[in-house]
Every structure is written in structure tokens, then in C-alpha cells.
Design a binder for this molecule. Structure first.
Ligand SMILES: [Zn+2]
Length: 236
């Protein structure tokens, strides 16, 4: 019986390490495909926002914090490929999805003039307790691949999360802000300080988390802050 159980465990490990089905539609992936099949990849609703023209993400932060420029890679919807991807990334131990999205987004952004002087890419941090539970920060691989694409440093030592806020999906904007505004602080040993940093998150809903992060980062002095998220919940 043991070999059978062992085989099952090994099979499960294999599935975790090398999922061979599409996270969008469960179809078997072909050779050369990873994470998404070609059909689902074409269904991903890219925002086509860039770091040159004003977009809806810029407008989210107007009058709240001095952000140089902002963009999101894809639109989030209640159903569909993006929902499946982010659900598996956050709750099903599929960290590599962040790397996949980061590679893709990075290849789109690598020649953005606005990002050429970014010297640090900073992930929105998780509270250490939450990160231990999940095993990883779901934004880390995405942010690392973006950093590589634009030749910037990945820095997860600059911004830390000191308050473990509860899941906020059902709270309104004011309540979210009250819960989040003091959640972040600067790291104790910062070394060289960036001049232009790109702050990265998974999904932008109200922008409260990124607003709180940017407020803390202003403690670094005269810095430029830009923002990138994997996804944005479309407004209106
Ligand atoms: Zn598919």
C-alpha cells in the first residue's frame, strides 16, 4: 500500500510543480504552453494602458497622493480567465502564475521611456504572519520579472507591513482607508535609496492599499513614485 500512497503523493507534488492544464479552461496544455493555453491567452482582457498617456489608474490617485504615473496590465472580472489566474495565484499555491504574468507584462513595458530611470521595484508587502501562511508574497515573482525587464533592482526591504488587515473585499472605501492607512512602515536598514520607484500590487480596487504604501514611502524624502498592478477592477 505504501508505494501506491507514495505514488499519489509524488503525483500531487508533480502537479503542484508542473501543472499541465490551463488555469483558464482546464484544457491540457500543449508543448511550449505554460499556465494558459493559447486560446485563453488571447482572451485575457489587456488594458493596453501605458506609462505615456493618462489612463483610469492615474485618475484613481488624483488628489490623494503624488504619483508620477500608473498603469494596470489586465482588467479583473468576476468570472473568466483573470479571475481564475488570480485565485490560483493567491489561494491555491500557484506562485508561478505571478512569474508568468510578470514575464508577459515585462515584455510589454521593457521599452517604456517613463520606466527607464526606475531604480527599484517594490512589491506591496504582506504581513509576515500572512506570508508565512501563504508561503510567498503573490506579488514577488511578478515584481521581480518586471524589475528584470526594466533593469531595476527588486527591493522588498524598503517597505514592510506592520498591521495584519483582514480581507477587505466587502468594505467600502472609507472603511478600507481607516483599516489600511497605518499598515505600512519603512524597513529598518535601507542601504542605498532609490530615486524613482515602481510600487507593484496584484489588484487595484479602491487604491487604498497603494495610497497607504505611497504615504509611507514619502518618508524616504524626495522620490518619484510610479504604480503598476497586475489587474484593476474596472470602474463604472
Ligand atoms: Zn485555456
Amino acid at each position: 500500500m505504501i508505494p501506491k500512497r507514495l505514488a499519489k503523493i509524488l503525483n500531487e507534488i508533480h502537479n503542484i510543480l508542473l501543472p499541465m492544464v490551463c488555469f483558464g479552461c482546464n484544457a491540457q496544455l500543449s508543448r511550449g504552453e505554460s499556465v494558459l493555453c493559447t486560446v485563453c491567452r488571447h482572451e485575457v482582457p489587456l488594458t493596453d494602458y501605458n506609462f505615456r498617456d493618462e489612463n483610469a489608474i492615474d485618475r484613481i490617485f488624483y488628489g490623494r497622493i503624488p504619483i508620477k504615473k500608473a498603469a494596470s496590465f489586465v482588467f479583473f472580472a468576476k468570472n473568466g480567465v483573470v479571475k481564475n489566474l488570480l485565485h490560483h495565484l493567491k489561494y491555491k499555491n500557484q506562485e508561478q502564475i505571478g512569474g508568468f504574468l510578470g514575464n508577459w507584462c515585462g515584455s510589454v513595458l521593457e521599452n517604456e521611456p517613463h520606466l527607464q530611470d526606475v531604480d527599484a521595484v517594490i512589491p506591496v508587502p504582506l504581513h509576515p504572519k500572512k506570508q508565512r501562511k501563504r508561503g510567498y508574497n503573490q506579488v514577488a515573482l511578478f515584481a521581480q520579472n518586471i524589475a528584470t525587464s526594466i533593469s531595476a533592482e527588486y527591493r522588498d526591504d524598503i517597505l514592510l507591513r506592520s498591521v495584519n488587515t483582514k480581507t477587505q473585499t466587502k468594505k467600502d472605501r472609507q472603511l478600507r482607508w481607516e483599516n489600511t492607512k497605518d499598515a505600512f512602515q519603512l524597513g529598518p536598514k535601507l542601504g542605498s535609496l532609490p530615486k524613482h520607484l515602481l510600487l507593484v500590487d496584484d489588484v487595484i480596487t479602491t487604491g487604498a492599499t497603494l495610497e497607504a504604501c505611497a504615504k509611507s514611502l514619502q518618508g524616504l524624502g524626495a522620490i518619484k513614485i510610479s504604480i503598476l498592478s497586475m489587474a484593476v477592477v474596472p470602474t463604472g
